[in-house]
Design a protein around this ligand. Structure first.
Ligand SMILES: *[C@@H]1O[C@H](CO)[C@@H](O)[C@H](O)[C@H]1NC(C)=O
Ligand SMILES: *[C@@H]1O[C@H](CO)[C@@H](O)[C@H](O)[C@H]1NC(C)=O
Ligand SMILES: *[C@@H]1O[C@H](CO)[C@@H](O)[C@H](O)[C@H]1NC(C)=O
Ligand SMILES: [Zn+2]
Length: 359
């Protein structure tokens, strides 16, 4: 009798033990190398087959497959899209950490939060955790300063240096300001607009669905800024006022989380003028809400943000991003949230009626 109870406990314990060993929690508050992030992407698709699919949409210069997670409920209808890319600049390690955090948050939320569920019904999130994979890997393995920024394509016409600044290579006032034609420069814009395979991948994928995208968020560090189009000082977005209004509200939301100040404006107004950015290109395609997030900090640690700041940085940026996304969603689907509320109300009534009957 005693022996059999003891045995049962032992069996139970070993089952519990095995489960723990099998499912080690992914640590969202550490920096992960490319292999770990690739495995994590596969795990997300495996754990949430109802809402997550992996989409391959291009190759890097070194022939790695560029992938994104498409996240949304399968409604069988044409849906709107939200674009988020991270890691276009290799050394900005907090950006891929943010994309992973973002994915985890929305995947947790939609099961219990009706607003998130409605958003996932109306829209798909397209999240690229690391766009510049070659550069990211180089910054982990090969660069002792760890400050590599560009992609890894070799310079043309005898230039000995490597790498094009992908965020100067898009077809948006390309080559006009805030760039260098010198392939050794950190802001080398490439030999022609969209010369780089990574910029081509985004241009093709987003460009072929540009009417579906409501929002284009590209995540960088550092500086605590929300940048709106355009980087060129002589061009103004037609919806500049609305972009600023929503951006300033997002900065307020961010500040409420951990008290951090984010500054909102165009690049020339709050940072420096530039050309060829993916944000400007997306806005020129007609995608209305395009923002660059420059995450923490303001220069104390710069690109080498300590791991103990990953969590607060992601928490505040998530609220800021969700403010923009919620605004865009409500604007496009006015009435959609109301419909859900009505559905919920009907359901509650039904429950009440059932309870009454039971009494
Ligand atoms: C980067 O490091 C890896 C692993 O140590 C090595 O195989 C590769 O050749 C290096 N690449 C460059 C460009 O130095
Ligand atoms: C912007 O416009 C001004 C006035 O026309 C001109 O002088 C300046 O060169 C322009 N800037 C750029 C970067 O094209
Ligand atoms: C944020 O900015 C405000 C006004 O510019 C300033 O008073 C405050 O000290 C800043 N807070 C932080 C945390 O930098
Ligand atoms: Zn950057």
């Amino acid at each position: 009798m005693l022996n059999s109870v003891g045995l049962s406990i032992l069996v139970l314990l070993s089952v519990a033990g095995a489960t723990t060993i099998e499912r080690v929690e992914y640590d969202y508050y550490k920096y992960h190398d490319m292999q770990e992030i690739a495995n994590w992407m596969n795990q997300m698709a495996k754990d949430h087959p109802d809402v997550v699919t992996i989409v391959d949409y291009g190759k890097t210069y070194e022939k790695r497959t560029i992938r994104l997670l498409k996240i949304g409920l399968n409604t069988g209808e044409k849906k709107k899209g939200i674009w988020i890319d991270c890691g276009i600049h290799a050394r900005e390690w907090i950006a891929p950490a943010f994309c992973q955090y973002f994915v985890r948050q929305i995947l947790q939320a939609y099961k219990t939060d009706t607003d998130m569920k409605t958003m996932m019904t109306n829209m798909d999130f397209y999240v690229t955790p690391v766009l510049n994979m070659d550069g990211y890997i180089y910054s982990w393995n090969n660069d002792t300063t760890r400050l590599w920024r560009k992609n890894r394509s070799p310079g043309t016409s005898g230039c000995k240096c490597y790498g094009t600044d992908l965020n100067r290579n898009f077809d948006a006032n390309w080559g006009t300001i805030g760039v260098s034609p010198d392939c050794c420069s950190n802001v080398y814009c490439g030999s022609s607009p969209v010369s780089e395979p990574e910029a081509q991948a985004v241009t093709y994928f987003v460009g072929s669905r540009k009417d579906d995208f409501l929002c284009f968020l590209t995540i960088h560090s550092y500086g605590q800024l929300l940048l709106v189009p355009y980087g060129h000082p002589n061009v103004t977005a037609s919806n500049y006022n609305e972009l600023m209004k929503v951006g300033l509200e997002a900065a307020d939301t961010i500040k409420k989380v951990h008290g951090m100040n984010y500054t909102v404006g165009t690049s020339p107004d709050v940072l420096y003028p530039n050309s060829g950015s993916s944000r400007d290109w997306a806005r020129m395609q007609g995608i209305p809400f395009c923002y660059t997030f420059e995450l923490r900090d303001k220069g104390t640690f710069g690109f080498k943000l300590p791991e103990d700041q990953i969590q607060p940085t992601c928490e505040e940026a998530f609220s800021g991003a969700m403010h923009i996304i919620t605004y865009v969603h409500s604007k496009t689907f006015s009435g959609a949230v109301a419909t859900t509320a009505v559905t919920l109300w009907t359901l509650l009534l039904a429950v009440c009626v059932t309870s009454t009957n039971l009494m």
